[in-house]
Design a protein around this ligand. Structure first.
Ligand code: EPU
Length: 301
């Protein structure tokens, strides 16, 4: 079936928007990369189930805030899925809050301050969706989603099955979970503690200040590589002389060596080539094989 036909079929079945040949760059923080054949903005769990049934044979990729994603210049031959506005909700629960998968983490953190709930301050500096953060166990300052998540609702786009997974079912480790690429986190519950609203707000402000002082502004995906056990990728890249390395319009940041900043004319290929150049540099200098934290979508050569 052609992608146009898949898109038409999906339009007939889903509440959310269905676009063809839709640029994905604007949905990533690098802001580079080509189009998806089809882009679906799901507006209900039913949309996701319909999608899994109807587009079963097409490659499917889930795109959150795109703060950890590099899309190939050739784009993605398949169906990219985003969670629409309907997934940007929150509710109070006993001992915490329930967030929809599309909630922006910094907004969620600000909300906890307004409500006088402590424990989610670290999320203020992570430019991710709630669902994306649950999936990759996003974190900052020695706290991560695994420390606060009670349970999450997940729809598997391969089978259309809906599962309720408890924290201990998620296989959490540093920046990883056992969720599969086709698993969409539609909502989740986090455990929070009553606290003084002003104190929570102060801790959030301190996080944001730290980030401004230690991480570069501009188009980046945060840390490019995971930290190797007991060390810091940024420190290793810096010590190997990586700061200022450049490919085309992509550059290793002078502020933090584990950040690649994409200039206005950067391509995904610039970023990709620079990532592997850094990888080689650190391997040759130290014998450490850095593992990318950034996910790749589409084909790269
Ligand atoms: N360092 C250098 N040179 C650099 C950068 C860092 O020598 O260019 C040194 C620092 O001086 C420090 C050490 O490396 O002694 C660690 O650096 P930093 O405190 O910046 O933390 P990080 O390990 O590089 C991690 C997370 C960040 C998170 C910060 C703060 C990873 C891969 N990165 O960075 O997460 O914001 O801690 O909690 O785990 C992300 O995952 O995208 C991300 C930005």
């Amino acid at each position: 079936m052609s992608f146009e036909a898949i898109a038409d079929g999906l339009r007939a079945r889903l509440d959310g928007r269905v676009l063809t040949n839709a640029p994905l760059g604007p949905f990533t923080t690098f802001r580079v990369g080509g189009p998806a054949d089809v882009l679906v903005e799901a507006e209900s769990e039913r949309d996701l189930m319909q999608l899994s049934e109807y587009a079963k044979d097409a490659p499917v990729a889930i795109v959150g805030r795109g703060s950890n994603l590099l899309v190939s210049d050739d784009g993605f031959r398949g169906v990219a899925v985003r969670l629409g506005r309907a997934f940007r909700h929150h509710t109070s629960i006993d001992g915490g809050l329930r967030f929809g998968g599309a909630v922006y983490l910094p907004a969620a953190a600000r909300l906890t301050a307004r409500l006088g709930l402590g424990g989610f301050e670290f999320a203020a500096e992570i430019p991710a969706t709630f669902g994306g953060a649950v999936r990759m166990n996003a974190g900052a300052h020695d706290r991560s989603m695994a420390d606060v998540l009670i349970e999450a609702t997940v729809i598997d786009l391969e089978s259309g099955n809906r599962r309720q997974l408890r924290n201990e079912d998620l296989g959490y480790a540093y920046r990883q979970s056992s969720l599969l690429p086709g698993d969409v986190v539609t909502e989740g519950d986090v455990r929070l503690e009553r606290d003084d609203a002003a104190k929570v707000a102060d801790r959030i402000a301190a996080h944001l200040r730290w980030r401004r002082e230690n991480q570069p502004p501009g188009r980046s995906a945060g840390s490019v590589f995971k930290n190797p056990n007991g060390d810091s990728a940024g420190r290793l890249i810096d010590a190997a002389g990586g700061k200022g390395l450049r490919v085309g319009a992509a550059e290793v940041s002078d502020v933090h060596a584990n950040f690649i900043v994409a200039g206005p004319n950067a391509t995904a290929s610039d970023v990709w080539t620079l990532i592997w150049k850094i990888h080689r540099l650190v391997l040759d200098a130290t014998g450490v094989e850095l593992e990318p934290e950034v996910r790749f979508l589409g084909s790269f050569v």
